[in-house]
Design a protein around this ligand. Structure first.
Ligand code: ADP
Length: 305
């Protein structure tokens, strides 16, 4: 049985159909990604799945329970890491965990017994008595993650878990999420970072305007939607890029210009690399196609504010 099953989900705010017939299933013990540009409907979808917002149509089953009818029972099996940390600033790390355990109806002794393990998991073993205000952004995120685990959930929802963190802090969160997956937890994740999705997600969907526009493993999506090799060519202020693009666009399946950079998407990169070897005033980067290329191809390069 799927940990989460969503079928024909719809939600409208006024004239705006924010979720427009979304279906997907999340297998237990996997990490499932929900990707899409700003305003695509990711947060609304998470809120619908948790029973925090009522759908206009469709069905949701979470942890074997129909949502929203049995959301309360389902949420006993679910931990949530919200987009913005909402730890209680007046309490210490340990107190935040205790208070949250109480919300879940856990006995105080039970939570107290779990706190050292949770703080250890968050690499905050020496911060039990530290006030929230004294923690770095990375520490707060890890405490929020530990807090989501207070009732030992089977399923953890994570809304942009590493936004705003420095590289070291992100890597530590990734390690912890991999540990949770190894322990058999199901992770449901939204993120704007394609490297994060590529690293963590077993499967993902890309949504835009409330509709699913692609689904698969990161590897499948890259193989299906995009040419395997990318050469990014940068103009070194000599103004030579437009002429180079015109002269060599036949060497790529697709070329996209973005400011001072041209992206050549190729099956065979050799002809273009040969041309670049003798080109003046240009720099280039030759790399394998990645999930970000897929995302940009599917959702476009225009800004979504
Ligand atoms: P994402 O998480 O992908 O950025 P959201 O689910 O937050 O997208 O929002 C999708 C759209 O729904 C946006 O256009 C947003 O303005 C709108 N929206 C979200 N919540 C509400 C609400 N409570 N009332 C009205 N519009 C909303």
């Amino acid at each position: 049985m799927a940990a989460l099953n969503v079928s024909g989900l719809r939600k409208r705010y006024g004239d705006n159909e924010v979720v427009a017939g979304l279906s997907f299933a999340v297998e237990p013990g996997t990490c499932f990604g929900l990707l899409g540009p700003n305003g695509a409907g990711k947060t609304t979808t998470l809120r619908l799945c948790l029973g925090l917002t009522a759908p206009d149509g469709g069905t949701i089953t979470l942890a074997g329970r129909p949502i929203p009818a049995e959301a309360q029972q389902a949420r006993a099996k679910v931990g949530v890491v919200p987009q913005f940390d909402n730890l209680d600033p007046d309490f210490t790390c340990a107190e935040n965990l205790r208070v949250f355990g109480r919300y879940f109806g856990l006995k105080d002794a039970e939570v107290r017994a779990r706190i050292p393990t949770l703080l250890d998991f968050a690499s905050l073993a020496n911060k039990a008595d530290a006030k929230i205000a004294t923690l770095s952004g990375g520490m707060k995120r890890r405490l929020t993650l530990a807090r989501a685990l207070v009732a030992d959930p089977d399923i953890v929802f994570l809304d942009e878990p590493t936004t705003g963190l420095d590289p070291q802090a992100r890597h530590l969160i990734w390690e912890r999420l991999k540990q949770l997956k190894s322990a058999g937890k199901t992770l449901i994740l939204t993120t704007h970072f394609m490297d994060e999705a590529e690293r963590l997600c077993d499967r993902l969907i890309v949504i835009d305007h409330g509709r699913k526009i692609a689904e698969g493993s990161p590897r499948e999506l890259i193989a299906t939607h995009i040419e395997p090799q990318v050469i990014e060519v940068f103009d070194e202020a000599a103004g030579k890029l437009p002429a180079f693009v015109d002269a060599h666009r036949q060497h790529a399946e697709r070329v996209e210009a973005s400011g001072e950079t041209a992206f050549f998407y190729c099956r065979d990169a050799q002809p273009l690399l040969a041309a670049l070897a003798t080109a003046d005033g240009l720099r280039y980067l030759h790399r394998a196609a990645n999930l970000e290329d897929v995302f940009i191809k599917l959702t476009g390069r225009e800004l979504r504010d």
